[in-house]
Design a protein around this ligand. Structure first.
Ligand SMILES: [Zn+2]
Ligand SMILES: [Zn+2]
Length: 264
């Protein structure tokens, strides 16, 4: 059994290109849609279980692009708009199509935020506050929320399969010591690389350089950089980044639609 992990979106909150930006990275994406990045989210598919991690504002286009027409449950890493504001897209899926409430695992802190943000959707989702370090098993796969360092209550998820395992930390500034120990030697670390050059938010995000360093520190077999802003502090194009990292076989740059096969 091969479990597929798909990167639905690989951009930080503003997306690439940003409507207000004319940096080299945004120009590259305007010229060639191959370099476009939608906001960060992922999809885990074991065949029997189809799990969404985060619901970014671009979720509708992402699901259509990847030909995904069924979702069993949603896990949120944290309550920031670039990760939750697509939840409204599931209203019609539930009301008109499945008729079954959708389990939504979220931070306990975010339950009141959910109710005030989506007052009409309380019957669409079954809200389940995730618990740190709890193993959520569905058939042969499991998700384990582990603490991350971000501005609000945030986790990343370890995805365990009968084959390879993966750690997904889209928004974090380094990792707490215990989380690092728990992901040591992981097959894939997919992590926050929001900034290129100077890190403007060192307490909530990482730079490309810091993300690569973290991958080395936890001895990840492969580090995949995601949540890329491309233009916050020092603009960079994806082509420049690729050129810069081409000799580092353990590091790769995420892109929208990237599929990771967690093979046995
Ligand atoms: Zn984010
Ligand atoms: Zn965030």
């Amino acid at each position: 059994m091969t479990v597929n992990f798909t990167i639905l979106g690989s951009a930080a909150g503003t997306g690439v290109p940003s409507f207000f930006c004319d940096c080299s990275g945004c120009r590259e994406a305007r010229k060639d849609s191959h370099y476009t990045r939608t906001r960060t989210g992922a999809f885990l598919d074991s065949g029997d279980e189809k799990i969404l991690i985060d619901a970014p504002p671009d979720i509708r286009q992402q699901l259509i692009r990847e030909d995904i027409n069924h979702i069993d449950r949603i896990f949120l890493t944290h309550w920031h708009a670039d990760h939750y504001s697509g939840l409204g897209e599931f209203e019609y899926y539930v009301r008109l199509f499945t008729g079954e409430v959708l389990p939504l695992y979220l931070p306990a802190d975010a339950i009141t935020d959910f109710i005030s943000t989506f007052p009409d959707l309380e019957d669409v989702f079954h809200l389940i506050p995730w618990e740190y370090k709890q193993k959520y098993s569905f058939d042969d796969i499991a998700l384990i929320p582990l603490p991350a360092n971000h501005s609000v209550e945030t986790v990343g998820f370890v995805v365990q399969t009968p084959g390879q395992n993966l750690a997904y930390f889209p928004d974090t500034a380094g990792l707490p010591k215990e989380t690092k120990q728990q992901i040591e030697g992981i097959d894939y670390l997919i992590c926050d690389a929001t900034f290129y050059g100077e890190n403007w938010y060192p307490h909530s995000h990482m730079s490309v350089e810091q993300a690569i360093q973290l991958g080395r520190e936890v001895k990840a077999n492969k580090t995949i950089l995601t949540h890329l802003s491309i233009h916050y502090s020092q603009p960079v194009t994806t082509r420049q980044l690729e050129e810069e990292l081409k000799d580092d076989k353990d590091v790769m740059i995420a892109y929208d639609g990237l599929q990771i096969k967690l093979s046995p």
